[in-house]
Design a protein around this ligand. Structure first.
Ligand code: SF4
Length: 250
């Protein structure tokens, strides 16, 4: 892991800076910062929006291309539609690097041999174990050499994200920077921006999936349901994080 020059005081200043209240300005700040940053993508609407903004920031500041990239966690259980969106993005944004991280093969083999392919339905512990093997450990590898990461998290997505700031230091990953440029956006803002800019949209969204995740753990929702209701729908809302965005960020 590299060391950033940002501390809690600087992060607080960035969150108060009116010039950095808009998502494009935050991505441009990222490009000018000199920091090595990865945009974590599940190829949801929020993430393809951010990929578009990241590409725009790179076009304005080409020297940033070597320090900014998109990464994704290839859990082995993703929807076909998500993989297709990934390919669409690769073609649409050729100046952006897309780096996949796969789970440790032997850990997946052991998990499946001992507990089967659907152990995550049996208990929260089993679900967290699968998320750790397929998501958390690969994420730790993805972040290992970075100064920080960029996420598509929004405050209105869930009770666990209600106070999410745009700039954080991520204590769970060694105090690196965590940028949440869309934190103040509503879902309608995201879709409006996608339509106006003809940004690739994961086909699952048109099938009633507001949130994109692994196929066995994500379902479409009914009208009026919470937008995270389709993720790990058999669990209580307070458990609905996979360990990628735990509580150690400020
Ligand atoms: S979301 Fe489901 S399939 Fe994906 S890593 Fe977590 S438990 Fe495993």
């Amino acid at each position: 892991m590299t060391t950033t020059s940002l501390d809690w005081k600087k992060i607080a200043e960035l969150n108060q800076d009116a010039a950095l209240s808009k998502a494009p300005a935050i991505l441009e700040w990222a490009a000018e910062s000199g920091l090595k940053l990865g945009l974590a993508s599940s190829f949801s609407a929020e993430d393809t929006t951010l990929i578009h903004l990241l590409n725009s920031a790179i076009q304005k500041n080409p020297s940033a291309a070597s320090r900014l990239h998109v990464f994704y966690l290839e859990t082995g259980r993703l929807h076909e539609e998500t993989l297709q969106t990934m390919e669409e993005c690769r073609k649409r944004y050729p100046d952006v690097v897309f780096q996949g991280y796969f789970p440790d093969q032997s850990k997946v083999e052991t998990l499946i041999r001992e507990k089967g392919l659907f152990s995550f339905y049996e208990s929260i512990e089993n679900r967290k174990e699968c998320c750790f093997v397929r998501k958390v450990e690969p994420l730790n590898r993805a972040l290992k050499d970075l100064d920080g990461w960029i996420t598509g998290l929004r405050q209105s997505q869930s009770v666990t994200r209600a106070n999410l700031p745009a700039f954080q230091l991520d204590a769970d990953h060694g105090g690196i920077v965590k940028l949440n440029p869309l934190t103040a956006w509503e879902e309608s803002d995201v879709y409006k921006y996608i339509e106006e800019n003809n940004i690739p949209l994961n086909a699952l969204h048109r099938q009633g999936f507001p949130s994109i995740g692994c196929a066995p753990c994500t379902r479409a929702i009914q009208e009026g349901e919470d937008i995270r209701a389709g993720r790990w729908w058999w669990e209580n809302p307070e458990h609905k994080e996979c360990g990628l965005h735990a509580g150690g960020s400020k």
